[in-house]
Write a protein that binds this ligand. Structure first.
Ligand SMILES: *Cc1c(COP(=O)(O)O)cnc(C)c1O
Length: 376
């Protein structure tokens, strides 16, 4: 929570739930990444928060952009990024979208199978491709599944296939899982990446780039290591697995760039119990899973929630959203400590909500308007 956000909420008093993003925090985070990993190019993962003001700021600071769709590519271009600063990093693309990206000047694409390599070879001839390898995501609070990537052994064949199809076999990518609290998580993936480099080199193909993905955490309830700790651990792992031939590197921070730049203001709509004997209070907010807090799915991400009563005695509460869908419960398995004095009509501030919130909010489920956002 920054003074700028506090002042904005106090002076503007926006009605209804809303997200406020402090662009100064995004700027500080960008500089922290550049400093911690000085030899890596930053490709901001646009999906984390595609607010035009966020993209424009990052473009001005010199960031590049990782996009997952033609629409995201257009947003990055509109923000001022040139096509050489944009990658099409989704491994699942329609061939006509590859062609549309190619027509816009995009020359770097992610693949994880020969079928996708063939699409790129047809629709974006000669483009650079990097192959995503599977990563076990151990320890990540928002792990990514086996949906993306292939085994390192298969990556060798995919990149050789791409090379033969006239593409520029550029490198390897991976993602260690989002909200990864362990800076050493990059080590195993970099070992696999090194193996792919060496095997392909024996086959006469010299890869040049490792895309280190995202995974850098935002601070929620628990403390997380600083970005510079990640930078050091990654550099150590690069040295270990690549020796003196350290490749070009890219990072794709999403959550770590914008997560702690945002605060959602919400309101307590109802506080009740389920029976006369029930000891647990249910606290219903005017925002829930469908209003932007989708990452509370399986109670994976636990946001810090501030109230005007902080410091008063607390009790464990169930927290739920306002819609008529029973899935719209945020925290129940592990109840959330909230002040006993918290009352209906009180405002609450949900911190660390700058990433993966606004674009997750439904258009009008139950008639609730999508989450409004203010970038200040
Ligand atoms: C979502 C995504 C990211 C961003 O991940 P964070 O954990 O939010 O930093 C980076 N790269 C790719 C390919 C992604 O899909």
């Amino acid at each position: 929570m920054t003074d700028r956000i506090r002042d904005f909420l106090r002076l503007r008093r926006p009605e209804g739930p809303c997200l406020v993003i402090d662009l100064d925090v995004v700027r500080e985070n960008y500089h922290a990444f550049s400093k911690a990993l000085p030899d890596s190019r930053v490709f901001y993962a646009v999906k984390a928060n595609p607010d035009p003001a966020v993209l424009k700021l990052l473009a001005e600071l010199g960031s590049s952009f990782d996009c997952a769709s033609v629409a995201e590519i257009d947003m990055a271009l509109a923000a001022g990024a040139t096509p050489d600063r944009i990658s099409f990093g989704n491994t699942i693309k329609k061939e006509r979208d590859v062609a549309a990206a190619f027509a816009r000047g995009i020359r770097m694409f992610a693949i994880d199978c020969v079928e996708e390599a063939d699409k790129i070879a047809r629709a974006a001839p000669g483009a650079r491709v990097f192959c995503r390898i599977l990563c076990d995501c151990v320890g990540a609070e928002w792990p990514l599944s086996r949906k993306f990537g292939c085994s390192p052994e298969m990556a060798v064949d995919v990149l050789e296939h791409a090379h033969r199809a006239g593409l520029d076999a550029y490198g390897v990518s991976f993602h260690v899982g989002s909200q990864q609290p362990n800076p050493k998580a990059w080590d195993i993936a970099l070992k696999s990446a090194g193996d792919v480099f060496r095997t392909l080199s024996e086959r006469g193909i010299q890869l040049r780039m490792v895309n280190l993905g995202g995974g850098f955490p935002a601070k929620y309830l628990r403390d997380v290591p600083a970005v510079k700790t990640y930078g050091r651990a990654i550099f150590t792992a690069l040295r270990k697995h690549f020796g003196n031939r350290i490749p070009e590197t890219i990072i794709e921070p999403g959550r770590g760039m914008v997560g702690d730049a945002g605060v959602i203001k919400a309101e307590v709509v109802l506080i009740s119990k389920k029976s006369a004997e029930d000891r647990q209070r249910w606290v219903y907010l005017d925002i829930g899973k469908f209003g932007g807090l989708a990452e509370t799915m399986d109670e994976a991400i636990r946001y810090p929630i501030r109230t005007a009563h902080d410091g008063d005695r607390t009790e464990p509460c169930v927290i739920a959203g306002p819609t008529c869908d029973s899935a719209d419960v945020l925290y129940e398995k592990t109840p959330y400590e909230l002040p006993i004095s918290l009352a209906i009509g009180d405002e609450v501030l949900i911190e660390g909500t700058g990433a993966y919130t606004q674009t997750y909010s439904a258009v009008a489920f139950n008639g609730f308007e999508p989450l409004r956002a203010y970038a200040i």
